[in-house]
Design a binder for this molecule. Structure first.
Ligand code: ADP
Length: 275
């Protein structure tokens, strides 16, 4: 059923804060290093990899040794500015160990919506990938605001990763969270929850299973992941939602193993078109 995932060439990987940070607020270097190894090896295999990474505020809080996460926007934006460069520093070091250079791509919604800047964004991605550089994407927190007349905010990185997939016409989005997949109820509250292995369409019934906000560190929860999946399906691409705690399972996913929840149109799965 999942054999066509092998043929996916351009892959977006989204990693959430809960994968990058320990619950105590420290950076999870072990997982980040493994993630860098796996993504580097996918590139060695000939895949094109784009990483959408959250974590700027979490890493910034850690770097500045803040006891609690501030709530005021200017504080958060300043913390994100510190955390983003620290995070890139960490990625740069680990990817560098496997022979890869990374490039930071900070986006706001207006540049994606405006045709000329959208084209520039596409050109940048293509040039980076052509040169075997791994783009690491985040929202540009310094300028992102939520004003209707000048909408610059994506809202969350789940949505951003689906938009990146669409903009660069990627084949697959692998969304790494702190949970093994999408369940019929919140598994942290209900141990009898069952995981969906495959979803072909995002329905209001599914959305009603998404629960509210996720973990203490995450901001998206399942609702935004389903919204991202909906966008991916409309783009005729595929998405796998899985746990990021063991990044090596990305190899198994690419080999078609039944891991996590696969979101793909039924025709694409049945037809094994290789798209
Ligand atoms: P991330 O930080 O990785 O983006 P979040 O913490 O925002 O992830 O969201 C993941 C959390 O969503 C899970 O840990 C779980 O507690 C919660 N959740 C709520 N409903 C569901 C569901 N139906 N299936 C899976 N997880 C769910």
């Amino acid at each position: 059923m999942r054999a066509s995932l092998k043929n996916c060439k351009r892959i977006v990987i989204k990693v959430g804060t809960s994968t990058l940070m320990y619950p105590n607020g420290n950076v999870n270097l072990r997982t980040i290093e493994k993630l860098a190894m796996v993504l580097s090896d996918l590139c060695n295999e000939g895949k094109e990899v784009v990483l959408v990474s959250s974590g700027a505020i979490g890493v910034g809080c850690h770097k500045l040794q803040l006891p609690t996460r501030p709530t005021e926007m200017p504080d958060l934006q300043a913390i994100a500015a510190v955390g983003q460069s620290e995070l890139m520093n960490i990625y740069n070091k680990f990817f560098g160990e496997y022979g890869y250079t990374v490039g930071q791509v900070l986006l706001t919604r207006d540049v994606i919506d405006y045709p000329t800047s959208r084209k520039n964004v596409i050109n940048t991605f293509n040039k980076l990938l052509e040169n075997r550089i791994i783009p690491i994407v985040n929202e540009n927190d310094t300028v992102a605001i939520e004003e209707i007349e000048h909408l610059t905010k994506f809202g969350d990185n789940d949505r951003l990763s689906a938009i990146v997939l669409e903009v660069i016409q990627a084949d697959l989005l692998i969304m790494l969270s702190d949970i093994d997949g999408f369940y019929d109820s919140n598994p942290t509250e209900n141990p009898d929850s069952k995981m969906f292995t495959e979803i072909h369409q995002i329905t209001p019934e599914l959305q009603s299973l998404a629960g509210g906000k996720g973990s203490a560190f995450g901001t998206g929860g399942m609702f935004t992941k389903l919204a991202a999946a909906d966008k991916v399906l409309k783009n005729d691409s595929k998405m796998v939602l899985t746990n990021g705690n063991q990044p090596a399972i990305i190899f198994d996913i690419m080999n078609g193993k039944n891991i996590g929840t696969l979101f793909a149109k039924e025709a694409l799965v049945k037809g094994e078109t290789g798209q």
